[in-house]
Ligand binder design. Structure first.
Ligand code: ATP
Length: 370
């Protein structure tokens, strides 16, 4: 690659205006991303959003229709998969069924014509890292799902790829094992300092494993951020609704006090504070996102001028540590409120049919732009 390309791409992995068309259909639309060295980055989205197609372009199984991919400044989008210093772990693991764990790990190294003692040393290191030394003579069908996954991970890391790609890594595991393997895989990847891009449709998995997440929608990226950024500061209705549950309130701007900007909302009794000194005009339509755990619920009116609404409890979802209250507002809209079932908080016992007030602090509502 040219010096200019390297200079212009100081990021470790850089996806530059990449699109992929299949016939007339656009699966990935003008996506740009930069990923840092050592980062675990998740592509998150619903089925069909294009996340696998993007991952396959990183691996080289698909070629972009337009745009470029750079790894450490080198343009790689025209390289064949085997020419890329990249390894992919598939959801199905793709282990060789007739080979032992050890032989599965040795395979790629033998192809590279590494000498025997060096191969053995790498295998032993890897087996120890994934805690599979004691099972090295087994064949894949003699292993549990979690064990097979450890072998698949070891095999994809043993050639020290510059980039590890994970395709729905926990897809084949049950819920409890998933949660444990998520942390285990992160520990292994981080201990080696490997840069990793993973694809998942599971928001919890992305939140637990990734340093940053790109939320994809219809071939495009709707937001990139750390797990807490995408949760706390969703930039759009799509992101807000995709990650966790959320209340969306719509209204029009009403500048009450100088610089104190609120919206007048048909669903709420009180106006809703949206910010200080923000650029907007009187009457401008605005929507805000309000997470259920950022609002409080009580059987009495709060002592505040803004940010409250009254309603009736229509439904209570009990989740052990917390409950979710569905409160019907006079407008017919429903609001969700999460409350901890924690005796230390001395929460009121509210029940179906109770008239309640839902209220929140100025900093709870986040303006969403689209
Ligand atoms: P899933 O989670 O279901 O795998 P995804 O988000 O990974 O979904 P992709 O597999 O990237 O989605 O597919 C994105 C879109 O591109 C889909 O509408 C899919 O039907 C289409 N697509 C993918 N591969 C091809 C192909 N080889 N030919 C035609 N269309 C394709």
């Amino acid at each position: 690659s040219s010096f200019a390309a390297k200079r212009n791409n100081p990021d470790y992995l850089s996806v530059d205006k990449v699109s992929k068309q299949f016939g007339g259909f656009t699966a990935v639309n003008n996506v740009s991303l930069t990923i840092k060295k050592g980062e675990i980055f998740a592509l998150l989205g619903a089925s069909g959003c294009g996340k696998s197609t993007l991952l396959r372009m990183l691996a080289g199984f698909e070629k972009p229709s337009s745009g470029d991919i750079y790894l450490q400044g080198d343009q790689i989008n025209n390289l064949e998969p085997y020419q890329r210093p990249i390894n992919m772990m598939f959801q199905s693991y793709a282990l060789f069924p007739h080979m032992t764990v050890e032989q599965n790990l040795a395979f790629g190294l033998k192809q590279d014509k590494l000498d025997k003692s060096k191969i053995q040393k790498k295998i032993d290191e890897m087996l120890s890292l994934v805690q599979m030394e004691h099972l090295k003579a087994r064949k894949p069908h003699q292993l549990s799902g979690g064990q097979q996954q450890r072998v698949a991970l070891a095999r994809s890391l043993i050639k020290e790829p510059k980039l590890l790609l994970l395709d729905e890594p926990m897809g084949a595991l049950d819920k409890k094992l998933r949660a444990r393997m998520q942390l285990e895989i992160v520990n292994i990847i981080e201990s080696l300092g490997v840069t990793c891009v993973m694809v998942t449709h599971d928001q919890e998995e992305a939140m637990t494993m990734a340093d940053r997440i790109a939320i994809m929608n219809a071939g495009e990226i709707s937001q990139v951020g750390t797990p807490s950024e995408v949760y706390e500061q969703p930039n759009s209705r799509f992101t807000a609704e995709f990650i966790g549950s959320v209340n969306i309130l719509e209204g029009v701007v009403k500048v009450d006090e100088p610089n104190y900007v609120t919206i007048h909302c048909n669903d709420t009794e009180a106006d809703v504070y949206i910010g200080h000194g923000i650029t907007c005009f009187e009457g401008q339509p605005v929507a805000v996102a309000l997470r259920p755990e950022k609002v409080a619920i009580s059987s009495y009116a709060p002592d505040q001028k803004y940010n409250y609404v009254t309603g009736v409890v229509k439904e209570i979802g009990y989740f052990g540590s917390h409950s979710v209250y569905h409160v019907e507002l006079p407008s017919g809209k429903e609001m969700l409120v999460t409350a901890l079932n924690d005796i230390r908080w001395g929460n009121e016992r509210l029940t179906w049919g109770d008239t309640v007030w839902v209220h929140w602090d100025d900093n709870a509502a986040v303006v969403i732009t689209e």
